[in-house]
Design a protein around this ligand. Structure first.
Ligand code: ADP
Ligand code: F6P
Length: 320
């Protein structure tokens, strides 16, 4: 395989640049031409495709975001769009594609695979919502950002003896809330996978306060049904304790990637090129028990992510 393309798609995540860098430099090392496809599938449809060299990816390893830009594309979801995407790749002579994105982006990759394009999917999303990999690129950085915020919020929350609800990202997956809740010592977390009894949560806050707890931190994933404002108001009303809301929003998606994300991005990027070089079938690349793994792309995207219930229970025990 001589010509390959690389694109980023869906919500950006810290570490995407490190992955692009690895794909470009490993690709060039093995004698390939590597094309950058800008603005995800939208840019692919519009032919926003440029040859990259070693210098194009210089000084980006440590930067959040994606130099290739990212987008969501309704056009690409259609049969016509996907056929057009394939003909665009054919025009440039691109036979293999590295797609860095979340669940939706990798599903888009499956459509291209069905039409004869060799696709290597890299898990690029802060949500950690892909079932086939233990971690996704960007998750570690996002949780670190949330932890930093929790630490700061604790100070003021404790001074004012308040409860603070912190809303974090995660539409269908509660992993950001789960990990930040355990590592940040939250009194409770609300995640889409498990129903929370808000009455019980309020009782716990009151019991803790009566025992001398100065403040309570509740971390709520955005995908949970009740609005965060309503949750904060309900907690204030039922506990009689002042309650504030902090929505971390896009703060979580920016910033320099952590060691973990740089390693994951770099190793999966290098693996993608190795597999394309070997003319492997389309794969989803990730990490399992500390090892870089590659699974059949279509099977991998169908793997459902399970929440770690032991971690969830532990939060309850530690924060009593
Ligand atoms: P993420 O990749 O972060 O999960 P999205 O779910 O928004 O983000 O998906 C990114 C893009 O991937 C979408 O805008 C669309 O172009 C494409 N995509 C998503 N789901 C599919 C699908 N089932 N089939 C084809 N393309 C898809
Ligand atoms: O998929 C990543 C993610 O950051 C989600 O956690 C969040 O719900 C969504 O993207 C936000 O998307 P947008 O950038 O379109 O607002």
């Amino acid at each position: 395989m001589k010509k390959i393309g690389v694109l980023t798609s869906g919500g950006d995540s810290p570490g995407m640049n490190a992955a692009i860098r690895a794909v470009v430099r490993c690709g060039i090392e093995t004698g390939m031409e590597v094309y950058g496809i800008y603005r995800g599938y939208e840019g692919l449809l519009d032919g926003e495709i440029r040859l990259l060299d070693r210098n194009s990816v210089g000084d980006i390893l440590h930067r959040g975001g994606t130099i290739l830009k990212t987008a969501r594309s309704e056009r690409f979801k259609t049969e016509e769009g996907q056929q057009h995407a394939v003909s665009m790749l054919e025009t440039f002579g691109i036979e293999g594609l590295v797609i860095i994105g979340g669940d939706g982006s990798l599903r888009g990759g499956c459509e291209l695979d069905r039409r004869g394009i060799r696709v290597m999917g890299l898990p690029g999303t802060i949500d950690n919502d892909l079932g086939y990999t233990d971690f996704t690129i960007g998750f570690d950085t996002a949780v670190s950002t949330v932890l930093d915020a929790v630490t700061k919020i604790r100070d003021t929350s404790s001074s004012h003896e308040r409860t603070t609800v912190i809303e974090v990202m995660g539409r269908h997956c509660g992993d950001i809330a789960l990990y930040a809740g355990l590592a940040g010592g939250a009194e409770g977390i609300l995640i889409p996978e498990i129903d929370t009894d808000i009455n019980e949560l309020c009782k716990k806050i009151v019991i803790g306060a009566n025992r001398g707890k100065q403040h309570s931190i509740i971390i709520k994933a955005e995908g949970v049904g009740i609005s965060s404002q309503e949750l904060a108001e309900t907690i204030q009303y039922r506990t009689g304790r002042e309650t504030r809301l902090v929505v971390l929003s896009y703060l979580q998606r920016g910033g320099s990637p952590t060691l973990g994300d740089r390693m994951l991005a770099t190793l999966t990027g290098a693996k993608a090129v190795e597999l394309l070089q070997e003319d492997s079938r389309s794969k989803a690349i990730g990490i399992s028990c500390g090892e870089i793994v590659a699974y059949d792309l279509a099977e991998a995207v169908e793997q459902k992510r399970e929440i770690d219930t032991d971690m969830y229970r532990l939060i309850g025990i530690l924060s009593k």
